[in-house]
Structure formats: C-alpha cells, structure tokens
Ligand binder design. Structure first.
Ligand code: CMC
Length: 430
C-alpha cells in the first residue's frame, strides 16, 4: 500500500483526501470507502467500469497488454505445461504443487465424482429438453440440501470439502443434464480417468458398448478448462462473491454464478458464436454481417468479439485458435469450413476501422465453440463447459471472500431518479 492520496474537490470548496492503494501491478486504486460517511455522497459507476470491489491475490489481467496470470503465472505457460487439475490446485492453494501434493489433490477430486444417488431423481423431473444450464444451476443449488453437514463457511475444513465437491461433481451433473437431453442412460463416473477423460466418458459412453477416449479431445478440453479457470472479478465471479457475502451457503452462491454466466454477454457467447457462424454461412456473406454489427440501429453484434477488459487482444483466443488447427486435423474434417469462416471473419473485422477504433478483438468464446463442436459437444452444452472450467475460479474467489476478516456484505448504493414523495391516492380516485 502506498501513502499517496487523491484530492477530491467538491462544490463549495468541499475537499477531501482519498488514500490511493497500489497493488503488485496494475493501475492505482482510489479508496472511496470513507466518502459517504464523511461527505454524504456516493460514487456512480454503472457496470463497475472504474470500480474495484475487493482486494484479490488470485488472478491478474492487463487488458491493454493482453496479459492474464493465475497466481503470477502467465496463462500461456500454464496452457503449454500444466493440466487443469494442477491449475485448480494453484488457484485454490496459491502455489504450484509438488508431485505428491498434486497426486493427493487429484485423488481427492477423483474420489468425489459420484453424486448422492437421490440427486439423480432431479433429472427425472426436468423436461427432456430442459436447457443444461438451467439443470446445472438448479442441481448445484440443491447440493446444499444433500451436503448440509459440512457447510459451515467459518470452518476451513468445510470450505475444503465444499471446494472438492464442487470441482469433482460438476462434470457428473453436467453429463447427467446432457444425457437427459438426448435420452440416454446416465453414465457413472470412472475414477481411473483424469478430469477431462472422465467427462468425455460420462458424455459419450453408453452402457451397451466400450468407449475409447480420444486423447486429442481430452487434451483440447483440458486446455479449454485451463483457459476458462479464472478471470478475476467478471460478472459470474462477482455474482458468487456477492451472493456469498451475505453468508448464504456456498452451493447457492455457485448456483447464482452459473445463472449469471448463462447470459449471452458473458459465457453464453460461445453458443451465440456458433449460431452466428451458421447464420453467416459463407465467406461471401461476411461483409454484410460486419455492416450489421456496425449499424447502431441493428441489435446484431459480432459475437465472440470485444471484451470489457481486453482492449488489445485476448491471450486465450490466440491459444484456442492454435488448438483449433490440431483438433480439426485430428477429429472431424467436416467442421473445417466453419473454422475457415471464423478465421476469415476475424481477418475482415481486424482490418475494419470500426473494430480497430473500438479495440474489438476476438475473445475466448470466438474459437472455443468450434472445438466443442468438433468434439461432438452440442451448442446447448457450450456454456456448461465454460462453467466447468470457471467453477474453480468461483470457488477460489468465494474462499478468498469468506476468509477475509474485514469482509462485509456487498451492498451497492444508487442514484435515485424516481418520483419524489407523493401521497397515496385511494383506488377509486385514480
Ligand atoms: N460487435 C459490434 N460492436 C461492438 C461489439 C461487438 N461484438 N462489442 C462492443 N461493440 C461496440 C459497442 O457497440 C460500443 O460502441 P459505442 O461506443 O459506439 O456505443 C463499443 O463497442 C464498446 O462496447 P460496450 O458494449 O460498451 O463494451 P462493454 O465493455 O460494456 O462490453 C462485451 C463488452 C463483451 C459485453 C461486448 O464487447 C459484447 O457484447 N461482445 C459480444 C458478446 C461476447 O462475445 N461476449 C463474451 C465476452 S468474453 C467471455 C466472458 O468473459 O464471458
């Protein structure tokens, strides 16, 4: 923390010195916490574009430079050398594990993959075509009804058990939601497989015949999970922190995060990208859709483009684009035209003045859907895949928030623009 101050000069010579905090890296932060108490005014910042809501030592993003680091490690290095489970350990515990720490952690996650059998009844109650995100959020919320004996947020051991349960059981819930949609029997997890292999097994195996895991598919999924694992105070993570700040049970907080992720401006964009590519259909149509995206009267936006934080490039998009080449080579050549269309669309948009001036670059969602599609994962499951990767980030942030001895319930203020005081009018006189 530095001793710098920001001098605020208000109307009628009203002055105040606000402390300035300096993090490890990144812009300085003006501390406005005393503002209302001392001066009776709030700050106004819709969408929190200039507002830091907490201190955190988990993830750092420099949107101007296209930097993303988990616990100080650049995401490019983790993507090249690590595994999703190791990244989970890193995000949750703060440092890279030794081999024995990793083995122990991975065994714990593998041993928690089964659901309480009673939870499977939930899936029987959903309509066959219930969106898997709706199922995921509902079933995760219901976990508090099954695992309530270890939900004391002030107990570090309970917090660990909760973290392991969420990480281990989310793939099982996700796969059960998918199986319901396609009318196939639920496949129990296989604890001899790693995280991504087990997910492929639960999604695609059937009891009637053996299923062979494709190693490129498992590698691609693991990479996507690493890249989605955390992204500091994004909408769903902030939702988890906010819901959890009231002391609500952590399963409810994660369920709230899943719901927030579903929106098309957030995790739902990967689904929307594929729908958009299908709608564009052919390279000859690209300029028409670029024009639509630039037309303020047209609600169409180029999905998978633009980001609240990245104003240069999204490092995750670059890594995923490379994996696209590998996956399409190894798996399903039929999907190549869609990838080629995406590559061309990216090129045209990047050369366009509108996108250049507004610093709009492909984001993490632009290419991820193409990989999911090549793996045989349907569009409705794309955001579920995002949720699986992000689950560790949500848990890490919930733990950080709940362990903060100075933590407060999140409660923003507002600028009221409604009616002034007026008297009630009897119904017959209105
Ligand atoms: N296509 C066309 N114009 C765009 C786009 C786009 N994809 N994104 C932003 N703009 C324009 C926008 O109209 C605005 O123009 P103006 O200044 O003239 O009003 C300007 O660029 C700034 O956009 P904004 O909406 O004010 O920026 P934001 O930071 O509030 O929104 C965003 C960021 C990601 C919601 C937005 O870029 C967007 O809607 N992109 C498409 C959806 C998408 O791909 N979302 C996934 C985000 S990455 C995954 C995740 O973290 O969840």
């Amino acid at each position: 923390m530095s001793q710098d101050v920001y001098r605020l000069i208000g109307p009628r010579g009203n002055e105040m010195e606000l402390p300035v905090h300096r993090g490890t890296t990144g812009p300085d932060v003006i501390d406005v916490a005393r503002l209302y108490g001392e001066k009776g005014v709030f700050t106004y910042d819709p969408g929190f574009v200039s507002t830091g809501s907490c201190k955190s030592d988990i993830t750092f993003i420099d949107g101007e430079e296209g930097v993303l680091m988990y616990r100080g490690y650049p995401v490019e290095q983790l993507a090249a050398k690590s595994s999703f489970i190791e990244v989970c350990y890193l995000l949750l515990r703060g440092s890279l594990p030794t081999q024995s720490e990793l083995d122990e952690f991975e065994t714990t996650i593998r041993r928690h993959t089964m659901l309480n059998e009673g939870m499977l009844n939930f899936f029987k109650g959903f309509r066959y075509d219930a969106h898997p995100m709706a199922q995921l959020s509902a079933v995760v919320g219901s976990m508090s009804a099954y695992y309530h004996d270890e939900m004391d947020a002030s107990n570090p051991e309970h917090r660990d058990i909760f973290a392991h349960r969420i990480l281990a059981k989310l793939p099982t819930i996700a796969a059960a939601a998918y199986k319901l949609n396609i009318g196939q029997p639920f496949m129990y997890p296989r604890n001899d497989l790693n995280y991504s292999e087990n997910l492929l097994h639960m999604l695609f195996a059937v009891p009637a015949e053996p299923y062979e895991i494709n190693e490129v598919a498992a590698e691609a999924l693991d990479l996507l999970f690493i890249l989605h694992a955390d992204h500091e105070q994004n909408c769903s993570t902030s939702t988890v922190r906010m819901a959890g700040s009231s002391g609500a049970n952590p399963y409810s907080a994660i369920a709230a995060g899943i719901s927030a992720l579903w929106g098309p401006a957030h995790g739902g964009a990967n689904e929307a990208v594929l729908a958009m590519l299908r709608e564009i259909g052919d390279v000859s149509q690209i300029s028409k859709y670029i024009d639509k995206a630039k037309d303020k009267k047209d609600p169409f936006r180029l999905m998978g483009f633009g980001h609240r934080v990245y104003k240069n490039f999204d490092p995750r998009a670059t890594i995923i684009r490379e994996m696209c080449y590998k996956v399409l080579e190894a798996l399903d050549p039929e999907d190549k035209p869609l990838f080629e269309l995406a590559l061309e669309l990216e090129q045209v948009a990047l050369k366009d003045d509108y996108f250049k001036e507004k610093n709009l670059y492909p984001n993490v969602d632009f290419y991820s859907g193409i990989i999911y599609r090549a793996l045989g994962i349907p569009r409705s499951m794309f955001t579920v895949m995002f949720a699986l990767g992000r689950s560790v980030g949500w848990v890490a942030h919930w733990r950080e928030m709940i362990s903060d001895p100075h933590g407060k319930i999140a409660r923003p203020r507002q600028l009221y623009v409604g009616e002034g005081k007026r008297d009630y009018v009897e119904i017959g006189d209105r």
